[in-house]
Ligand binder design. Structure first.
Ligand SMILES: *[C@@H]1O[C@H](CO)[C@@H](O)[C@H](O)[C@H]1NC(C)=O
Ligand SMILES: *[C@@H]1O[C@H](CO)[C@@H](O)[C@H](O)[C@H]1NC(C)=O
Length: 292
């Protein structure tokens, strides 16, 4: 495996932020029900990938747009109930560790380096859940403060979870319960989606996955406060894999020293654009505007 390359790229990711030329965010016109990133981008897209951004790539299921708006007042706010079982490292999550988890996130804001979870494959939804934020409430009698609530970031799929169960980081477990996991590592919890905006620091990062070639590269995105609905590189719409990474195979050889035009469409229909000077991980220097 290429872990050495990967960690070098992670270092570059932080180092190269200043090298990105950022352009002003552009608001997507509210023209129709299935917006693409732009007409001109779609025109150079070719074939099936030129199809406008459709329902299939919108966040769906429990992590859909409707769910992210929140429950109507008067209803129980934490709509998912399950068992949270302690997992992962006792120390804060490093970028290296985060990339190795199911979402492949290359950057995690400080709050979430201790407060992170994995969700069942059903809720993981082929990585649609990645980078979403939840609020997690302890409903367990073993908690020092039942009802205590903390925010957390979805960074992984939990293979042993089903339904609304979670795997939760050790520091988060300790903070939520006021105790060590010990011989009682599971608690009853309820949780719901929240905006990441109050906890996420800084701008969106792009990670170039190690192991790419002149014909295939994969890009990961992290630290977004609005879910990403679509990614385009040089006008080509990328497909997201179940590992969270977006595949780029333009058909002609990729020149690693050439600039890349990156465009992200948010679930809020905001379009953000940046030019990355070459094929390297970078801080994109922009962030979505969270919904009020
Ligand atoms: C527990 O969580 C709160 C709220 O996020 C945070 O301010 C505090 O530092 C955490 N405590 C520990 C021990 O991590
Ligand atoms: C992306 O587009 C730029 C500008 O048109 C071009 O110079 C570059 O070679 C393209 N990069 C890739 C990897 O196709």
């Amino acid at each position: 495996m290429c872990y050495r390359g990967l960690s070098l790229l992670l270092l570059l990711l932080t180092a190269l932020g200043a090298a990105v030329c950022q352009q002003q965010p552009q608001q997507q016109p509210q023209a129709g029900p299935t917006p693409g990133i732009s007409q001109s981008a779609a025109a150079t897209d070719g074939g099936a990938s030129s199809a406008p951004f459709g329902a299939s790539s919108e966040p769906s299921g429990q992590f859909g747009l409707a769910a992210s708006i929140g429950s109507p007042a008067g209803e129980p706010r934490l709509q998912f109930q399950g068992t949270a079982t302690v997992a992962y490292s006792p120390d804060p999550l490093t970028p290296y560790q985060a990339v190795g988890l199911g979402c492949g996130l290359g950057f995690v804001s400080p709050t979430f380096q201790t407060n992170y979870v994995g969700v069942s494959s059903e809720y993981f939804d082929d990585a649609q859940a990645c980078g979403r934020c939840i609020t997690l409430q302890c409903d367990d009698q073993s908690c020092a403060e039942p009802g205590k609530e903390l925010p957390a970031l979805v960074v992984d799929v939990c293979g042993s979870c089903s339904g609304s169960d979670l795997s939760i980081a050790i520091p988060l477990f300790k903070n939520l319960t006021g105790r060590e996991a010990g011989s009682n590592p599971s608690i009853v919890v309820s949780w719901d989606l929240i905006s990441c905006a109050p906890y996420t620091v800084g701008t969106i990062k792009m990670l170039v996955k190690a192991g790419g070639s002149a014909f295939f590269q994969a890009f990961g995105f992290s630290n977004y406060v609005v879910p990403i609905a679509q990614v385009q590189v040089n006008g080509t719409r990328l497909q997201q894999g179940s590992d969270g990474f977006y595949s780029y195979n333009p058909g002609s050889p990729i020149d690693p020293s050439a600039p890349l035009a990156v465009a992200l469409l948010g679930a809020n229909r905001e379009v953000l654009r940046a030019t990355v000077p070459s094929l390297r991980s970078a801080d994109l220097g922009f962030q979505f505007t969270p919904q009020a």
